[in-house]
Unconditional design. Structure first.
Lengths: 384, 259
């Protein structure tokens, strides 16, 4: 029985840790691939989700080792202009060493299964939604006494994003309402990175937003009011507002300032930070950095401050291969030297053919005063 | 609401093990998790202990980088020379003590919500193992007020057959044992000491684990009481189990309905 519980615990942990990498963009491609802005390849003005026609063509013609047709179903089916469909499917193997008594743990598991659809309506209005299944191996009805907290019925079925948007042109003003991540930060696909996990952008923490902004070739700005998932209680409890402004006036460079205020359960936090990207064309490399200061206030105890940031480089040595190295620091409290994590992450993504990605990630985390945690994750990603 | 006395409630004689633990916070060995008695054998009193703890909390800067010098200017210059560069390279000012409050009002939003209440784990939606750390109240109840299955062939109420036996839901198996970190399952899991590591993807920094241990040593209280007398902060010295998520007003186990 004990072994069964241990196994279930590990499988649950694995599913929790690594399932459902959301269908987000690779911000590394910005500048590196020649695209300046997110909605050059995505329908969403802040990136992620379905690729538009340009993005699908680029995935086959420019980014994959052996080319291929990036269109829906590899071009086998023609969709009407008003309809766009897609999907993301991932399987993964993980080996995780966090100093458990029984050593390194390994698991092979399904990671993501999402379908996406976008319907274009007249006057620049569109509706977008994704549906999928949240990975969780452990059954809900065993081990836990029924009088304790129970999972919310149907919480396995998820919709990471669903929104309506008005955007008459890719360049210009837009507004959208619904569930999605507010534009903020580097928007890395890896939700385990501190700049995502510790700033309110962890897996399935998408908020319900009312957002608007302006996208130009040389700059873009977004403001968002957000509220927690009041329907399914997926994700966090925060409500508040955020702003993100990015300039690309210097060729090959993007600089952004950002601010976010959030009121959560028993706390409020104000985040201010910046994002920088710089393209070294000669080296086929883009340098990435993000830093944030977070001021926390609590109910009944003094305020504290936090720093969360990271920096690294993404290299595109040959067509179809993207190597990303990232160093991070999460200084949980600026007044306490040993309340911090450092982390180093290496990602190698190979895009052999349009629609296919093979990725290996190695990540080492160093909690101050504690044991290092090492993770190896390999995944096969296919998108429709 | 069913208030039941905790087995480790501190109404035992003052010279027993429980009282000794209360008096030895400063000597708690975070390396091996054990307790070391005072060299002079002074067990002290809970009042003195809590008063000392709260007083330290009110004066957290005693061991900061500001060396105690009488001249204010020298202190300021010292601060500039030492603290500013230290802050720039990402280190703090070298505190020996942790100035953060060992209070659930701090621990819930800063440690438990971001590290534990993730979407497919101990969130409100998933509530794995019946634990929900998505807000301070639910998180506190998860640590202190949940039920457990007990094999009871004679049981008739709140029971069901499981694996050929009759199991019943009974109070309770707290994740924390107030005043006693070494006996708290939570601490064992944070330290991966005979239990699977939690959080399973990133061990907490030692300072965070020690902060949780301090909170438990101080009684694992839901609210940080104002400093108006040490014993007053302990609700009369009796630790009571908070209501579970499904407790009915009459003290029964309720109807088991969920969200």
């Amino acid at each position: 029985m004990r072994r069964l519980v241990m196994a279930l615990t590990w499988l649950t942990a694995a599913a929790w840790l690594f399932q459902g990498r959301d269908a987000r963009a690779y911000p590394q491609w910005q500048l590196l691939s020649g695209a300046n802005r997110c909605n050059q390849c995505h329908f969403s003005p802040s990136g992620g989700g379905l690729l538009n026609g340009y993005g699908r063509d680029a995935s086959g013609d420019e980014l994959s080792s052996f080319g291929g047709n990036g269109a829906f179903l590899h071009g086998a089916a023609e969709l009407p202009d008003w309809l766009r469909l897609g999907g993301d499917f991932r399987g993964a193997f993980v080996a995780n060493d966090v100093g458990n008594p029984d050593g390194v743990r390994r698991a092979l598991f399904p990671m993501q299964a999402d379908l996406q659809a976008r319907v274009a309506l007249p006057s620049g209005v569109s509706v977008y939604a994704s549906v999928g299944v949240r990975g969780q191996v452990r059954r809900n009805d065993d081990l836990v006494p029924q009088y304790n907290y129970q999972p919310i019925d149907g919480s396995r079925f998820i919709s990471r994003e669903h929104y309506a948007m008005w955007q008459p042109q890719p360049l210009g003003p837009y507004a959208r309402a619904g569930r999605f991540y507010a534009p903020f930060g580097l928007r890395l696909a890896e939700h385990v990175t501190y700049v995502r996990r510790d700033l309110g952008f962890n897996l399935l923490q998408e908020t319900y937003n009312l957002s608007g902004g302006y996208v130009a070739e040389g700059w873009e700005a977004h403001v968002t009011a957000f509220a927690p998932d009041f329907l399914r209680h997926m994700g966090g409890s925060e409500r508040g507002a955020s702003g993100y402004a990015e300039t690309r006036w210097v060729p090959g460079m993007a600089l952004a300032a950002q601010v976010r205020w959030a009121d959560g359960s028993g706390y409020a936090r104000t985040t201010a930070g910046g994002v920088a990207k710089y393209h070294l064309a000669m080296l086929r490399t883009v340098l990435l950095a993000e830093g944030n200061l977070v001021h926390w206030t609590y109910d009944g105890v003094p305020a504290r401050r936090q720093f969360v940031g990271g920096a690294g480089a993404a290299v595109w040595p040959v067509r179809g291969v993207l190597v990303t190295l990232l160093g991070e620091r999460n200084q949980e409290d600026l007044g306490v030297r040993f309340a911090a994590w450092n982390a180093a992450t290496g990602l190698v993504s190979w895009f052999p053919y349009a629609h296919v990605e093979l990725q290996v990630m190695g990540r080492v985390q160093f909690p101050a005063g504690g044991e290092a945690a090492q993770t190896l994750l390999a995944q096969l990603h296919y998108w429709l | 609401m069913a208030h039941r006395r905790h087995p480790a409630a501190v109404d035992a004689p003052r010279n027993d093990v429980g009282s000794l633990r209360l008096s030895t916070e400063a000597r708690y060995d975070h390396v091996d998790g054990g307790f070391k008695e005072s060299p002079d054998g002074d067990a002290g009193t809970r009042s003195a202990h809590v008063a000392q703890t709260l007083q330290e909390r009110r004066n957290p800067g005693d061991a900061s980088c500001f060396i105690a010098v009488p001249v204010r200017v020298r202190t300021f210059v010292h601060a500039l020379i030492v603290c500013v560069p230290a802050a720039l390279v990402g280190t703090a000012c070298g505190q020996v003590d942790d100035p953060r409050p060992a209070a659930w009002e701090y621990l819930s939003p800063r440690l438990f919500q971001p590290n534990c209440a993730t979407s497919s784990c101990h969130s409100r939606a998933a509530a794995v193992s019946g634990l929900d750390f998505s807000d301070p109240d639910r998180g506190y109840t998860s640590l202190t007020g949940l039920k457990v299955w007990i094999v009871d062939p004679q049981g008739r109420k709140n029971c069901l057959p499981m694996e050929g036996q009759t199991v019943c839901q009974r109070d309770f198996r707290p994740m924390v044992t107030p005043f006693d970190p070494a006996q708290s399952r939570l601490v064992h899991m944070l330290r991966a000491r005979g239990a699977s590591r939690m959080p399973p993807d990133r061990p907490l920094p030692e300072a965070d684990i020690q902060l949780v241990e301090r909170w438990i040593l101080n009684g694992a209280r839901r609210h940080l009481a104002p400093f108006d007398g040490a014993d007053a902060a302990l609700d009369g010295g009796v630790w009571t189990r908070p209501a579970g998520p499904m407790d009915a007003a009459d003290g029964s186990l309720g109807d088991g309905s969920t969200d």
